[in-house]
Design a protein around this ligand. Structure first.
Ligand code: GRF
Length: 217
């Protein structure tokens, strides 16, 4: 399966995906293209280092969201991308991209959705006094962080936590969850029924807990 990863930042999730493809944990899959909207995004550097085509596509150079999305779609299609992974991509996805890759766009969010969608999810969880937070990989739909949930992992929120320490604990789980969610797609084990994602057969050792890794830390 050919993956397209869209990232604006440090690209640690991209790295987890690259590593999982290289080690065979995501079977028969490769990152075919990395796109960033920001010059200097470390994600582009990571792509270069792995020998993956990396494209800087600044959103500011396009007159509208539709025009920008169309440019993204053209590049993804040119590279034969079948599944799009948003990994810290700080742009909202519009109908042009959604229409071209319906139910084939994933996003990772640093909270247990539907709690704390949108920006500053870690800060939101701390401010709300949540005792547990985590990460969610979900299929992207028209809303902000509202699409069907594929995998979640939970982490505790400690009294001593700052935004940085909690974000770091969550990020470690993101790096486990994203490759695993992509693996499910690659193995065609995902079916989307309304708002629910069904995993056709769970891992033999995880039949009791389903697709989500257990709470850790
Ligand atoms: C992650 O926390 C992810 O959940 C959010 O953006 C961050 C990206 O981190 N959507 P990285 O660029 O993958 O290191």
């Amino acid at each position: 399966m050919r993956l397209g990863v869209l990232a604006s930042g440090s690209g640690s999730n991209l790295q987890a995906i690259l590593d999982a493809c290289a080690s065979g944990r995501i079977p028969a899959s490769q990152v075919a293209l990395v796109i960033s909207n920001l010059a200097g995004a470390k994600a582009l550097e990571r792509a270069h280092r792995s020998g993956v085509p990396a494209l800087l596509l600044p959103h500011k150079e396009h007159p509208s969201r539709d025009a920008y999305d169309a440019a993204i779609v053209a590049s993804l299609e040119k590279h034969g991308v079948e599944l799009v992974c948003l990994a810290g991509f700080m742009r909202l996805i519009g109908p042009v991209l959604l229409g071209a890759y319906r139910e084939r766009i994933l996003n990772i969010h640093p909270a247990l959705l539907p709690a704390f969608p949108g920006l500053h999810a870690v800060k939101q969880a701390l401010a709300a006094g949540a005792r547990v937070s985590g990460c969610t990989v979900h299929v992207v739909d028209e809303g902000t962080d509202t699409g069907p949930i594929v995998i979640q992992a939970a982490v505790p929120v400690l009294d001593s936590d700052t935004e940085e320490t909690l974000a770091a604990r969550i990020l470690r789980q993101e790096h486990r969850c994203y490759p695993r969610a992509i693996q499910l797609f690659a193995e065609q084990r995902i079916s989307i029924e309304g708002r629910r994602v069904r995993v056709k057969s769970a891992w033999p050792d995880e039949t009791k807990t389903g697709a989500s890794p257990p709470i850790e830390d």
